[in-house]
Design a protein around this ligand. Structure first.
Ligand SMILES: Cc1cc2nc3c(=O)[nH]c(=O)nc-3n(C[C@H](O)[C@H](O)[C@H](O)COP(=O)(O)O)c2cc1C
Length: 174
């Protein structure tokens, strides 16, 4: 599906602060587990979502560089916290604060990834939205997709350097 064909309703979905959206993926990012809250929020049945790439719920407002940071971090064996705007099947959207971690086998190799998501504070969503809008604009201003992503990635690194904090602390300060 091309970007212009992606249906968006502009309607935001929210979930209870006591609920957790959970999914697990294989090392390529294909969904191998999704809990009930995930299925309800995303609007898919379990059969429809299993083995699909996690980008099935990618929202076009999300800058690529955030996913690069996510993948670079978890593939290096570390955890990451990130605000993510997701797209439900019908085009609604929902914001999450995701905690994504690698799972290791006995020899220390990564065998899967796990993401637990909480409902974020409104003020944090507004700040993440502003930052992501800037990053997306940098990406879209560049005709070359990869170069645009590199430029926005550098902008994130510069933001972190200015704030003088690592990414996780920056995320929690939003
Ligand atoms: C455990 C795990 C959970 C993920 N959760 C999401 C998610 O909720 N939404 C999302 O858009 N991408 C999520 N991703 C990232 C996707 O794999 C993918 O990088 C992203 O959607 C960008 O897709 P694209 O590279 O095809 O543009 C997750 C990845 C992993 C490993």
């Amino acid at each position: 599906m091309t970007k212009s064909e992606i249906c968006l309703t502009g309607v935001e979905r929210t979930f209870d602060k006591n609920e957790i959206i959970v999914s697990k993926t294989d090392t390529k990012g294909r969904i191998i587990y999704a809990n009930e809250v995930f299925l309800r929020m995303a609007g898919y049945s379990e059969a429809e979502i299993l083995n699909q790439p996690h980008s099935i719920i990618r929202h076009p407002d999300m800058p690529r560089c955030v996913f690069k940071l996510l993948w670079d971090t978890i593939a290096s064996g570390k955890e990451i916290f990130a605000y993510v705007k997701n797209r439900a099947r019908n085009g609604d959207h929902y914001w999450v604060l995701a905690h994504v971690t690698p799972t290791f086998d006995k020899s220390g190799s990564i065998i899967s990834y796990h993401s637990s998501r909480r409902s974020p504070r409104r003020e944090a969503v507004e700040k993440a939205e502003g930052l992501y809008r800037q990053l997306l604009a940098i990406e879209q201003a560049n005709p070359d997709r990869k170069a645009g992503m590199e430029a926005s990635f550098q902008a994130v690194l510069a933001t972190l350097q200015n704030a003088g904090v690592p990414y996780d602390e920056f995320v929690f300060a939003l």
